[in-house]
Design a protein around this ligand. Structure first.
Ligand SMILES: Nc1ccn([C@@H]2O[C@H](COP(=O)(O)OP(=O)(O)OP(=O)(O)O)[C@@H](O)[C@H]2O)c(=O)n1
Ligand SMILES: [Mg+2]
Length: 402
């Protein structure tokens, strides 16, 4: 079969393949880009596999970077683009169910493709558009099936993260997991414990940001993969409840974690250790813990106060609202935006007076009293109880001191 419509990324990268073949070696586009091109999806990274060894690649191209020579990867710089060119390899010595630290370079495309995870990821594309399909990847693409190449148990022993990749692709592609592949995942789900939590994290987030996240999550539960994950091992019921929500796409990592946090019954306090276990970034932990109380208000159909908007800021309000909408509550984002912009002030620096003014006019000493006074004025202004002008604020401050 031939790929008739070459996406621009392939067209741009074609001279790299041609240079390698002109030098007498084989070179193909491989991996996710071939799969996505056949599905008509946008490509992100174009990977090239070749029979040439790294030293041979470096002789062909003027500008290269030794990205991962040990693993056979050289980055070729060509017309402002960077392409990862990786020598065909087998990964014979696997250690601890993680990716190997040792690879063997080979000259055979078949050897390279047969150690890849799924048939749909084991297609190769020649520069003239010919698809090399040694493991029935095309049939599986057509049947929308995620099927391990060869023996699924072996593939998951080689790299246990592949089990997470299967449920992630299910979400992203809306494919089914072929039954023997699914059984192997169920049987070996415990192997996922061997994988660094950061890598599992990335796959779980990709799953949840996928278009069909409820289906992906369903497999994540059914195969018991969730049992090896931080903070989720006893949460089957809560996780299952998530799969009954409408499959509206989630937009950000924070939205994903907020949804989990809510469903697991976490609080702004308990969500922090939960997310730390997952090695989430601090800014994500902050957004989630700050939006949780707002989400609770939306779900309890309580009105948010001016202070809620002011203190959290618009992005956090919109985040909480996004999740509330999944539960059929919340409001139109434009409405929330309007409300936020109607606040008397959005930032403390917009207050018509500052600490210096208070010190100067009220003969106060710097210290906690000053801070408290300022905070009270700020709250009154935000609530709309005091106009934001200097005279009114000074007068009010005076009366607070008496
Ligand atoms: N655990 C893994 C990871 C990757 N691969 C192989 O390496 C290719 C590229 O890997 P990667 O970019 O991580 O995944 P993609 O399939 O390209 O998916 P994505 O769209 O997320 O990049 C895969 O297609 C697959 O052939 C594999 O066999 N086993
Ligand atoms: Mg990729």
């Amino acid at each position: 079969m031939k790929l008739t419509h070459f996406p621009i990324e392939f067209t741009q990268a074609k001279p790299v393949l041609q240079a390698i073949t002109s030098a007498g070696y084989q070179a193909y586009f491989v991996g996710g880009s071939v799969r996505d091109a056949l599905l008509g999806k946008p490509l992100h990274d174009v990977d090239i596999a070749t029979s040439a060894y790294p030293a041979e690649i470096k002789q062909i191209f003027k500008r290269t970077v030794d990205t991962g020579i040990k693993h056979g990867t050289v980055t070729v710089l060509q017309q402002g683009q960077a392409y990862e060119v990786t020598t065909f390899r087998t990964e014979s010595a696997y250690q601890d169910f993680r990716r190997p630290d040792h690879v063997t370079f080979v000259r055979s495309l078949r050897e390279d493709l047969k150690r890849r995870d799924f048939t749909i990821n084991a297609l190769a594309l020649q520069h003239d558009g010919t698809i090399i399909d040694l493991f029935s990847g095309l049939a599986d693409l057509k049947a929308r099936l995620i099927r391990a190449v060869g023996d699924p148990n072996q593939r998951f022993h080689e790299d246990a993260l592949r089990m997470m990749r299967a449920v992630r692709f299910k979400s992203q592609l809306n494919f089914k997991i072929e039954s023997q592949t699914q059984t192997a995942i169920s049987n070996q789900h415990q192997l996922l414990k061997k994988i660094a939590v950061e890598r599992v994290h990335d796959e779980l987030i990709k799953l949840m940001l996928g278009k069909n996240w409820t289906a992906g999550l369903n497999s994540f539960i059914a195969t018991q993969l969730y049992q090896t994950c931080p903070g989720l091992s006893t949460a089957k019921k809560a996780l299952f409840a998530l799969t009954t929500l409408p499959t509206v796409p989630l937009k950000t990592e924070s939205a994903v974690w907020l949804l989990f946090a809510h469903q697991l019954g976490l609080t702004p306090k308990t969500v922090k250790p939960f997310l730390k276990q997952w090695k989430s970034a601090n800014n994500i932990i902050q957004s989630v813990s700050r939006s949780l109380p707002l989400l609770d208000k939306f779900l309890a159909q309580q009105n948010l106060s001016n202070w809620d908007y002011y203190y959290a800021g618009l992005p956090i309000v919109l985040l909480a609202n996004q999740i509330a909408q999944l539960y059929g509550l919340g409001a139109a984002p434009a409405q929330l935006q309007k409300r936020y912009h109607q606040l008397p002030i959005q930032q403390r620096r917009q207050l018509a007076l500052d600490g210096g003014d208070l010190l100067h006019h009220l003969a106060l000493q710097p210290g906690p009293q000053l801070g408290e006074l300022l905070a009270k004025l700020e709250q009154q202004v935000v609530a709309g109880n005091l106009p934001n002008n200097r005279q009114a604020l000074l007068q009010s401050a005076r009366s607070m001191l008496n």
